[in-house]
Ligand binder design. Structure first.
Ligand SMILES: *[C@@H]1O[C@H](CO)[C@@H](O)[C@H](O)[C@H]1NC(C)=O
Ligand SMILES: *[C@@H]1O[C@H](CO)[C@@H](O)[C@H](O)[C@H]1NC(C)=O
Ligand SMILES: *[C@@H]1O[C@H](CO)[C@@H](O)[C@H](O)[C@H]1NC(C)=O
Ligand SMILES: *[C@@H]1O[C@H](CO)[C@@H](O)[C@H](O)[C@H]1NC(C)=O
Ligand SMILES: *[C@@H]1O[C@H](CO)[C@@H](O)[C@H](O)[C@H]1NC(C)=O
Length: 611
């Protein structure tokens, strides 16, 4: 499940390189800015600072120049075409409405495959879903497939697709008319995003109106008639698409590794077609029932435990490795609380660095959001966060800016050169913010009760998590007054009586998909086991663990379930160096070196989350 805050997507947006078109730029920036929906902020924090534009060109695994999705003719048969150098891509037509699958209303699903590189003892494809909702399967497989394959075994193909409304799948979901200059409106709209809900008295009223207005805007663009895409993006439809793809592949059963929101997709699939479940790993679990009802604050169960790990690991690391160090964990907590209280009344001003830039104001809200997003990936983000916070104490906001999204740099409003490029292809995006809201709101029961009911929900969230409850409440805020109802919404019963043998994976403390949810989901599927990883952050990918990786591999390779109660340790410690070669080159052999490299790679690009 992803949370949204899209701040940092900025870094990837810029990084992904000169993709050229205005449309693409707008889409990305739009993504980057939306603050109300599903959260993707963790990603923003992946780097000491935003990578340069060429970063992805240098590091991307795919990157075939000149090839575009539009060159593949959509087909009702699954026909593969070479793409991105080492991959195969296909565009499969499926019915828009699975409950009334008559033409002409179709959706064209973009699918990607990375072949097994070992053909002896070939074991077929494993599907991955990166989470979100709204995460692009194409993006994640294109950039990370060899890493996923290092974990599951090289005799598996890795396959994914852009779910309805997302990325290269057609039609896309956007709540703005991208075919006209109104896409500028999308940018300006995002910039009006209100502060964190507990920043000042009365913010909620503005934020609720902002969210309601966005819901109305979306309904007018994606739901104004009964055949529009907005009614057909619920997870039930996506699960049905996945069933269709495995049938077209000639596979009898699904093998699947889903993260975060991808666990809801997996649970939905397994509840609808338990006999089609081959092997399924659900990693970073959304409690299916609570997610579907939209109610409750279960997702905040362990959030403060992750925040507390910042204080304890910072203290243990000492002043050299943690800039916010103090004499005890609770003193560090007080230090942070004091900083936040100060920022509420006196935000930090960073003057313009050049005549072409503008001053920045680091507010209480921006810091709260960054902290919330840091909880997704302690290992990668905590040290830089500590440095940024310590600098803010002394009135220096520059380190904060270097790790936080600065979307004004991305605004193409005054950049006439980029805005003249023609749109070369469907945007390759890591995730689609508007789609993520549309999917989430399609899956959930409507929110009723207006702003006063939301106020009480906000209080519940704040009570459930001091560190991030008020920021995370904005996820649900995105669904208030949502006016497009899914034609097919599967809201349970989740689970089955059949022996499904699903492997559930959960961190001991995950900021948005708590361990508790893994046990709740597992109880609905006979024969399942929960594997616990003793670490902090979102999904097992937030912390490399050879033990977890090998357990997952044995499961996919042999169907071997770990014994009930198995706990895997993480391989690294927050605030200790992990990014230098001497720290990582300790693997005893090539196989472990390869696995370590894969786990590091996956840690840097975790699921987009929202959830
Ligand atoms: C992947 O494997 C299939 C089946 O063996 C083959 O047709 C296809 O060309 C391969 N794709 C790539 C990119 O090697
Ligand atoms: C989007 O704008 C274009 C150009 O102004 C217009 O032709 C099209 O009908 C609009 N689409 C919607 C859904 O309003
Ligand atoms: C939140 O916590 C306060 C103080 O413990 C309590 O009075 C209040 O009823 C709680 N609110 C909700 C909505 O649970
Ligand atoms: C590793 O991370 C530290 C702080 O987190 C940073 O100062 C250093 O430059 C990084 N080193 C490399 C090789 O990226
Ligand atoms: C790299 O990591 C190793 C092992 O943790 C540590 O001993 C070494 O000092 C680190 N080097 C740098 C340059 O940070």
């Amino acid at each position: 499940m992803g949370v949204k805050v899209r701040l940092a997507v900025v870094s990837t947006a810029g990084a992904r390189g000169k993709l050229g078109s205005v449309k693409v730029v707008f889409t990305r920036v739009g993504l980057t800015l939306i603050l109300l929906v599903i959260f993707l902020w963790w990603r923003e924090l992946g780097f000491e600072k935003a990578p340069s534009r060429s970063w992805f060109e240098k590091n991307s695994i795919g990157g075939m120049k000149g090839w575009i999705w539009g060159e593949i003719k959509p087909s009702e048969d699954l026909i593969w075409y070479p793409c991105y150098n080492e991959y195969d891509c296909a565009r499969l037509e499926v019915p828009l409405d699975w409950l009334d699958p008559s033409p002409p209303n179709m959706v064209t699903i973009a699918i990607i495959r990375y072949n097994a590189t070992e053909r002896t003892n070939y074991k077929g494809p494993i599907f991955v879903n990166p989470g979100g909702p709204g995460g692009s399967g194409i993006w994640f497989v294109k950039h990370l497939a060899p890493y996923y394959q290092s974990v599951v075994g090289r005799n598996h193909d890795i396959i994914s697709f852009d779910p309805r409304g997302i990325g290269a799948t057609v039609p896309p979901i956007s709540c703005w008319n991208l075919s006209s200059s109104t896409s500028i409106s999308s940018l300006l709209w995002d910039i009006q995003a209100p502060p964190v809900l507990d920043a000042h008295a009365g913010v909620l009223y503005d934020a609720y109106a902002h969210a309601s207005a966005f819901s109305q805007q979306c309904a007018s663009i994606i739901g104004s008639d009964e055949h529009m895409i907005g009614r057909f993006v619920s997870t039930a439809s996506v699960a049905r698409d996945m069933l269709h793809i495995i049938e077209k592949l000639g596979e009898e059963k699904l093998k699947y590794w889903g993260f975060s929101y991808g666990t809801f997709l997996g649970v939905t699939f397994a509840s609808l077609w338990p006999q089609k479940v081959g092997r399924m790993v659900l990693d970073g679990n959304v409690d299916a029932e609570q997610y579907s009802s939209g109610e409750g604050t279960h997702f905040l169960t362990d959030t403060d435990a992750v925040m507390n790990s910042f204080f304890t690991y910072c203290h243990a690391a000492g002043p050299t490795l943690c800039a916010l160090y103090a004499s005890s964990p609770s003193t560090i907590e007080v230090r942070l609380a004091t900083l936040l209280a100060t920022l509420k009344n006196s935000p930090v001003i960073v003057p313009a660095s050049s005549p072409n830039s503008r001053p920045e104001i680091i507010t209480f809200s921006r810091v709260r959001k960054l902290i919330s997003s840091a909880l997704y990936r302690p290992l990668v983000v905590f040290p830089a966060l500590a440095s940024a916070l310590a600098a803010l104490e002394s009135g220096d906001g520059k380190p904060f800016l270097s790790i936080s999204p600065q979307f004004q740099d991305q605004l193409p409003l005054c950049d006439s050169t980029s805005s003249l490029d023609p749109a070369p292809e469907m945007p390759e995006v890591e995730s689609s913010a508007d789609a993520s809201v549309a999917i989430l709101c399609s899956d959930q029961a409507p929110f009723t009760g207006g702003v006063s009911a939301f106020s009480s929900y906000l209080e519940q969230c704040s009570n459930a998590s001091k560190s991030a409850g008020a920021t995370m409440a904005s996820m649900r805020l995105g669904c208030v007054e949502w006016g497009v109802r899914a034609k097919w919404r599967f809201d349970g019963p989740f689970g089955t009586d059949a022996e499904t043998k699903i492997l559930f994976v959960g961190n001991r403390a995950d900021n948005i998909t708590p361990l508790k949810s893994a046990y709740i989901n597992a109880a609905r599927f006979p024969g399942s086991v929960v594997l616990e990883q003793n670490s902090y952050g979102h999904t097992s990918l937030s912390m490399p663990s050879r033990c977890t990786a090998k357990t997952i591999r044995e499961y996919f390779q042999e169907g071997a379930m770990p014994e009930e109660g198995k706990v895997c340790e993480g391989d690294l410690i927050p605030f200790q160096p992990w990014n230098n070669t001497s720290a990582t080159a300790v693997a005893e052999d090539d196989e472990h070196a390869e696995l370590d490299e894969a786990l590091m790679g996956l840690m840097k690009f975790p699921p987009p989350f929202g959830t």
